[in-house]
Design a protein around this ligand. Structure first.
Ligand SMILES: CC(C)(COP(=O)(O)OP(=O)(O)OC[C@H]1O[C@@H](n2cnc3c(N)ncnc32)[C@H](O)[C@@H]1OP(=O)(O)O)[C@@H](O)C(=O)NCCC(=O)NCCS
Length: 352
């Protein structure tokens, strides 16, 4: 059995292998073909008797740790063909992934997992974090003079990037996106297996034509997920207005605010599903106490749901220590404090 990095000519074969997972080749292709940071060296494969039988992928990302841009390797697309399972193939690939991340200069690693024990063996540790459940968004009491519009990349990307950098950029752990990252992210953030055409509804609030707040929502496993949002200082009520609009759309109530643009994508919020009552929104708010208290005042208090699928590992305590100006062991502990902290943030839009 060969266990190694993939070669360029193996790209299609990797997708053929992954298509055995959800029977959805396109789901994986959207990442591999649109992530400008995809590199064959970061796509690890096992080949036996002429065929690819397992793969693990490292997603090249950067996160904010205490104001430092820190290279982060996201682990995903971990898959072994059924007839090769329980022979240690994925374990070999995980060990190789750690070596590759050390060699390529990644300092920390994130993965989303159900099989926690499997990843514990290779040093990833689960970190509890909170999702927020909003049940009363349609009833938010807010009176704001913004206009609700739809996002158009050609027109709005630079303004939205500026809001993202200033808002999300304040929080530890959040992924940092450059222009290239944004281009890919707009294509695959809402990507879901077996949901052809699954997409996002990306809206913004304008004042005097300039965007002051935005949010991105999609439907994951039958629930409306606000994958990311941001607002300018002083524009929290514009964000509340966007949330109320989502609540109304999801509950199929008439829209009480001025709209601009084509909002047909909002229909994805009204899709039938047994997963959650109509009108329920899931998102993250624990990092932003100002937003939470404004929601509560406006009649929409938050409830939390604890998520246990979020796992972190420090890849190079030495390099991380040099970056943070700490001895290696203290740097690793400081990173875990940030991963665990309620005030940290990792948007669903940045998952892989
Ligand atoms: C998860 C997955 C990638 C594991 O692949 P694998 O190649 O079977 O992994 P390994 O053989 O290294 O380890 C699997 C188990 O077999 C055990 N094992 C490893 N070598 C073994 C051997 N020689 N004999 C018996 N058992 C062995 C491992 O200890 C591990 O035990 P666990 O189930 O308690 O964790 C595979 O089950 C899969 O593709 N599942 C579908 C996709 C998926 O769920 N991906 C992960 C998303 S988080």
């Amino acid at each position: 059995m060969e266990v190694r990095a993939a070669r360029r000519r193996e790209r299609d074969e990797v997708l053929d292998l992954l298509s055995l997972w959800y029977n959805d080749r396109e789901f994986f292709a959207l990442y591999n073909q649109n992530d400008r940071k995809f590199r064959d060296e970061l796509c690890l494969v096992a080949r036996d008797r002429g065929q690819l039988v397992a793969t693990v992928q490292i997603f090249d990302r950067a996160i904010n740790l205490a104001g430092h841009r820190t290279p982060m390797g996201g682990i995903g697309s971990v898959f072994t063909r059924e007839d090769y399972r329980h022979k240690g193939v994925a374990s070999d690939l995980m060990r190789l992934a750690i070596e590759a991340m050390e060699r390529e200069g990644f300092e920390v690693s994130l993965l989303f997992a159900e099989r926690l024990g499997f990843y514990n063996r290779f040093g990833w540790r689960e970190v509890a974090r909170k999702f927020t459940i909003l049940t009363g968004a349609a009833g938010i009491r807010v009176d704001d003079d913004c206009e609700i519009d739809v996002f158009d990349a050609a027109r709005d990307l630079s303004a939205i990037r500026a809001i993202h950098d200033a808002y999300t950029g304040r929080f530890n752990v959040a992924a940092i996106r450059d222009e290239e990252d944004w281009r890919g992210n707009l294509i695959f953030a809402a990507n879901q297996p077996n949901r052809p055409g699954s997409n996002e509804y990306f809206i913004l609030a304008r004042k005097d034509d300039a965007p002051v707040a935005y949010l991105r929502v999609s439907r994951f496993h039958g629930v409306a997920m606000v994958m990311e949002y941001g607002y300018r200082p002083g524009a929290v009520d514009a964000l509340l207005t966007l949330f109320r609009h989502l609540g109304e759309t999801a509950a199929a109530s008439p829209c009480s605010h001025r709209l601009r643009g084509d909002h047909r994508r909002g229909a994805l919020l009204g899709e039938e599903s047994g997963a959650a009552p109509a009108g329920v929104l899931i998102t993250h708010t624990a990092h932003d106490k100002q937003f939470e208290s404004r929601l509560a005042q406006a009649g929409c208090p938050v409830n939390y749901h604890q998520d246990n699928n979020y796992m972190w590992r420090v890849i190079s305590p030495e390099r991380l220590g040099r970056r943070l100006g700490l001895p290696p062991d203290r740097a690793a502990a400081a990173a875990f404090e940030m991963f665990r902290d309620d005030r940290s943030l990792f948007w669903t839009a940045d998952r892989f």
